[in-house]
Ligand binder design. Sequence first.
Ligand code: GDP
Length: 482
Amino acid sequence: MSLLSDLAFEARNTARSVADYVTGTGLRLGVTGLSRAGKTVFITALVQALTTRGARLPVFAAAAEGRISRGILQPQPDDGVPRFAVEDHLVALTVERRWPESTRRISEIRITIDFDRKAGWRTGPTSLTLDIVDYPGEWLLDLPLLGKSYAQWSAETLDASAAAARAPLAADWRGHTAMLDAAAPASEEEARRCAELFTRYLRASRGDRYALSTLPPGRFLMPGDLEGTPMLTFAPLPGSGPAKPGSLAAMMERRYESYKALVVKPFFRDHFARLDRQIVLVDALSALNSGPAAVRDLQNALSDVLQAYRAGRSNLLSTLFRPRIDRILFAATKADHLHHTSHDRLEAILRLLVARAIAKAEDVGAGIDVIAMAAVRATREASVKQGRDALDAIVGTPLPGEVIDGETFDGLAEAAVFPGELPRDPKLALRGDGLALAEGDNDYRFVRFRPPLPETGPQGGPVLPHIRLDRALQFLIGDRLA
Ligand code: GDP
């Protein structure tokens, strides 16, 4: 597509959704976060809360004031985008009591919410059409590629892989690349081998043991439907200057440019630029558990994400797309792994991380808030006597195979766990003091619980317990239901 038709296309798209937005009938909410941050669980819980009577949402004003008459699922409006499989995920959570399958590609779901406006100059029944768009956070990190040539990207990526933390993980790929002649004739087999070793290195950096920040191209980690296509079959090569026609370097360069034109641009133009609100889910607890390097990395990832929101406002990319997101909520997920006395502390830590990221991203141009929550609360709290002391504990059903103190759980028995306590001063957490543990309990932080037994709502449907999901809803859509 030429730039001109690109823009005409964008203008049409934007005009349509801006019209919806201005008349107050439509809102597009983006849900993102890196792999395993909790996107699927969050959207499933949110849809359930909005479409079920009896959900407990005291801070979500429209629901608390009894002004929502119903929320119903609608057919997915964008023919080219898969529908978020909410029914399957709900069966997994509430009937089978297992966590649903995680996000691997973009998907969308539409709900209309019929509600009464609050008494005032605009009263009476009306409705809001809410489109929820789920997409991997890895894809956001591709934005800087649009401004980089293949040679620039190659040089930067090779440089980064030489850093102490990454070099051992990148050794196989770097060793292979060092022996290559970039000017040799193009070979599909060679391109595949390079892409495979390069992808393996990117994956290893993101693995549980290292948890380094994600490097683009985002689709190498989250390919969506593109797995195995030539667009994902390239890798950086050393060398500067124009590639010799017909060479391996020329083939790689062409594929890199195709990736930008056919994957990255359309995503930002057709999906990202149309969002009105955004929630970024962050598994801050895992980062805190992994130590100071992972926390620093998380902070960098957050500022990379913020750059994407800022991009269209102030630089060349604004000719491609102009994000119009006016609210961004950063949410630390899985807060049910902590006692409630630590929820505010988790929030304070994320607030500090985001503040530092904002300082790097300059003017983001959107209202930003921060929350600690559990979209689905898998634990309840209890007080456990130990000698003369009563200790705060959380109780849940560990996943089958989880081991606590040498005991292997079967997925049926419950366990009481003493959760780590976060420091009162968030700066301490970022300095690496992380979770202060109850003495001798260091295994317990990593226990994974099964989803809870759902309660039965007033109309017989399941109601899932949560922590502060209502606060998230109030920030993200509350003003549009006033
Ligand atoms: P996605 O990759 O961002 O879609 O992540 P998911 O929503 O699939 O979540 C990944 C995993 O995190 C799940 O399988 C659960 O084990 C865990 N998880 C997500 N949300 C919660 C939550 O609210 N509470 C608890 N206890 N675990 C959660």
